[in-house]
Design a protein around this ligand. Sequence first.
Ligand code: ATP
Ligand code: MG
Length: 459
Amino acid sequence: MDPTPQVPDYVRWVVDTLEQAGYETWTVGGAVRNTLLGIPPGDWDLATRATPQVVQGLFPRTVPVGVDHGTVGVLTRQGVLLEVTTFRKDIETTGRHAVVEFADTLQEDLARRDFTVNAVAWHPIRREYSDPFSGREDLKEKVLRTVGTPEDRFSEDYLRVLRALRFSGRFKLRIDDPTWAALCACTDHLDQLSPERIREELLKVLTEDLTPSETLALYEESGVLGALYPELSAVSGCRRSGRDEDLWEHSLRLVDQLSSRRPILRLAALLHGVGIAGSPDPAKRSDSEDPAGDREEERRARARERAAAALIRGRYSNQEIREVSEIIGIGLEPPLDLPDAPVLRGWLHRADPVRFRDFGRIWLAKARLDADRFGSDPGPVLDLIRRFRREIRAGHPLELGDLALNGRDLISLGLKPGPAFGEILGSLMARVLEDPGLNTKARLKALVELPEGTRGERE
Ligand code: ATP
Ligand code: MG
């Protein structure tokens, strides 16, 4: 027996209204699929024989979500925006997207959907399924396959390649052999997709999946990673000395450990290894956890640069790019070797104290991973986080803006504005990080008045 979808009243109301007016209407897609999988339905989508104009005429409050594509948003009394889409059929496809036309039957509409598991419809009033492609059977068998010939369906819209990997990873569906073969064979065409669609797919994986590693591993296995993210593809297979997992696997495990509510941290974890791989010098490929030193710093700078380039290419927002680069530039390793409070404050100054929470999350995730895998003691990391918290709570000056002296004060001291200002404030900052007690206008002024060149010797 298949489970009966529990369709909310507001959905039933919309279906009822359309049916009363003589237009066949069904629930389809993700919500029906999820019900059959026994997981929360998510958004309910409706497919109807009514044209968008008819739908707009029947309901008091509608939003033209995508009328050209047949979608009208119906605002229910509960304040939910329900997407109602006119039955469609594909008339022309380009690989980037399908050109559609309205259709007369549900059957035609289901035939243009991507996978059998997404092509099951449920009628909440007649209480019956329409499942011409045996999606329910495939869900029971945990198989993902295209509706119709895989080669054709992927070449109509290559986004389906990424969708297949996402649905397979998320719902633990095995991709049927012909579907898998067709998908792997068309990775060369993925560059036809807009960067925005590719980005949204990855962000969905990172925000909706408890364990994105499964989909990401399929990205790698299918060749999608190499086609879309060559810098990441170079990471896979890059072995870390002394540990029997490669950097790619390590990155995936770390992504899983981080919360799905922090997609940007997950993105940083995913990308953090890109500095090591692809280096022409094999000596630099050996270990992502080199002891501190030039090599490690170079690697991080390179990772930061390559990650930023990948995100710019993917049309991520400036803020997303900034956050990821900042994290990768500083590195994901907890700085366990910070001897005292001044050095700790120096670290916070460089990392930006507001970002500290993110670093704490990453260090905790890493500590949990290492505890699970190598039995290592998370104690030192927990201690470190406590020390940082204490330092932040103490409210000592950590940023230039916290200094008791600013550019205007320097001018009032008779100094000429210019690049030297940054240098002066920077060196005052360094002194204050060392000794927060110096942070009064009078004391800082006294420090500024030191003649050029003697500042360093006086420390
Ligand atoms: P989720 O929203 O949980 O990611 P979903 O199945 O609801 O999963 P949507 O992207 O919301 O996915 O699309 C709704 C439905 O529209 C799908 O179930 C599928 O039937 C159809 N669909 C969406 N995108 C495509 C596509 N590129 N090609 C063919 N059918 C598609
Ligand atoms: Mg959906």
